[in-house]
Design a protein around this ligand. Structure first.
Ligand code: FAD
Length: 303
């Protein structure tokens, strides 16, 4: 683990940040989401993205959320879209609906089966084969739309569980780039070297698009362990040690999460990383403190 990040990045330019949210299910969650969006807005994110539930289960809620961001906030929304359980026509209709709502950035994903992460993905009859096929579909659908959508994709610093080998995983990422992806956002990770080694592999494999580190802000360590197991992202021993015995102490867990995220970002910034994507879980405070520790000031304060 690197040294504790107590100082701001005095000498480096302010980083570029983006925030990921999920579409809310209840009125209470909805209120929390919009409060978080309002609190994070002064950090002038490059974009804010909204996830698409497994199997397209949040199709309407994702649409409503990104459309509201486009209409009611100064932020640039990005809408996640997956290939799961839908025909190509249905998926492209969702993309077109995003476009018509003013959402011009798509995070294009294959997704997981409705049965959940870790299960074998099966192409829907008439659906997209994989994320490369989806990107090509978005690019080719109505050339006037295809040319202008910004497209982000996923990537995996510890290899995706479905990949046959490192070479195959990087080759697949290259295929996404060749199909028209503009940027890749990583799965979460906790060691700077995990990301930096992946960057080396990707560059050696011909990836030239930006690879933005995805920073997890999950203070619920039990939940984090569960999701890490499913997506095979490793949790270092030192992280287990840090959270040990904090099961009934959410405040301490939040502080640990904030420090761990700040240290990780600081270490990456020292290596020249300038863009960060935060998995906010719809909570503003951890993302805000990490941004501030990175030297980012809210818009009002920097004027
Ligand atoms: P891909 O990158 O398309 O495929 C995963 C891996 O499988 C590839 O790296 C490759 O090694 C292999 N592979 C796949 N197809 C082929 C092929 N044809 N030939 C060779 N190799 C192949 N899930 C959601 O349900 N909703 C979301 O909103 C969502 N957002 C996400 C955002 C980010 C930044 C990340 C990192 C993940 C997100 N996920 C989301 C999770 C994602 O759906 C799962 O990780 C899923 O298992 C893979 O989808 P993908 O687009 O990353 O897959």
């Amino acid at each position: 683990m690197t040294q504790l990040a107590t100082a701001t990045q005095q000498d480096s330019p302010a980083p570029n940040v983006s925030f990921e949210f999920f579409p809310p299910k209840t009125d209470k969650m909805e209120a929390k989401l919009w409060e978080s969006v309002a609190r994070l807005s002064p950090m002038t994110p490059r974009f804010v993205s909204v996830t698409y539930g497994a199997g397209g289960s949040t199709r309407d809620r994702t649409h409503a959320t990104v459309a509201k961001i486009a209409q009611d906030t100064p932020l640039t929304p990005a809408a996640h879209l997956t290939c799961v359980s839908a025909t190509k026509e249905d998926v492209l209709q969702v993309a077109e609906d995003y476009w018509n709502a003013g959402v011009k950035h798509i995070v294009a994903l294959r997704g997981d089966p409705p049965t959940g992460m870790g299960e074998q993905f099966e192409q829907h009859p008439g659906g997209f084969r994989d994320s490369v096929d989806l990107i090509e579909g978005i690019r080719a659908h109505r050339p006037e739309l295809g040319q202008v959508f910004e497209i982000s994709v996923s990537c995996y610093p510890e290899q995706h569980p479905d990949s046959q080998s490192w070479d195959a995983d990087i080759a697949f990422l290259k295929a996404k780039q060749d199909a028209g992806a503009d940027r890749a956002i990583t799965q979460f990770f906790f060691e700077p070297d995990t990301y930096l080694s992946f960057l080396d592999r990707a560059q050696a494999g011909g990836i030239t698009m930006p690879i933005v580190p995805g920073i997890m802000l999950q203070p619920n360590f039990t939940g984090l362990k569960r999701i890490s197991k499913l997506c095979q992202a490793s949790i270092p021993d030192w992280l287990h040690t840090l959270y040990e015995g904090t099961e009934d102490d959410p405040e301490t867990r939040e502080l640990i999460t904030a420090n761990v995220a700040a240290e990780l970002c600081q270490a990456l910034a020292e290596q020249g990383v300038s863009d960060f994507h935060f998995y906010t879980l719809n909570k503003a405070s951890l993302a805000l403190s990490t941004c501030r520790l990175l030297g980012l000031k809210p818009k009002e304060a920097s004027q």
